[in-house]
Design a protein around this ligand. Sequence first.
Ligand code: PGA
Length: 254
Amino acid sequence: MRSKIVAGNWKMNKTLEEATALTSEILKMVTDEVSSDAKVILCTPFPYLLPVKKQLDNQTRIATGAQNCSEHEAGAYTGEVSAPMLASMGIPYVILGHSERRQYFGEGGSLLAKKVDVVLKHGLTPIYCCGEPLDVRERNEHEALVKQQVEESLFHLDADTIKKIVIAYEPVWAIGTGKTASAQQAQDMHAVIRKHLADKYGQATADSISILYGGSVNAGNAKELFACADVDGGLVGGASLKAKEFVEIIKSIS
Ligand code: PGA
């Protein structure tokens, strides 16, 4: 059985004090109000990972995640953070290939394949992002592009290893725009991704991989999106910065 997951992507937001306050609020509300056993992950900026992790110690409901890491394990790469560093801090998840990394930092398929490998080597779970820009959808090439993104960074893995990956489908036109994919659009693409995984690895393997939807998920649309057969939760940006709304989103998963 694949897991239900709601991950918050804080991006480059919050001071340390604000991050600490947000974590406390989320922790209290999740503990008091959330009955489902969905996994909750807070993907914070690097400097906040340890303080947030410390706040979350002694409980198992909420885990931490990074938003990126280097493809290198160590060395002269000023300003970078490596997978072994994250592993040594006990951080279990890392987002890879977010569309903002692809767009602003030029990350592409072969680089992301290396990042996936180094992250897996050090025992972390990658949350691998894929998704098409608006012009690609308008040309009706979105399925082909997303299949290619999944293929070029993940299909070198064997069946046992790919089961360790979480995939996040995030149409670029829906990220931070307030424009969500409809539940039908999300379900259609998630089904395409799962079929692509099934064609390569078999149905049982494809059925064991969590595929999250991301792009303007909020408390108002989460329930409908999460009700789709192939949507196993969400990767939430803006709405994860507000404790009450984020917890409402977590409650929308059944
Ligand atoms: P958004 O961001 O929820 O603010 O659209 C999602 C993401 O980029 O992961």
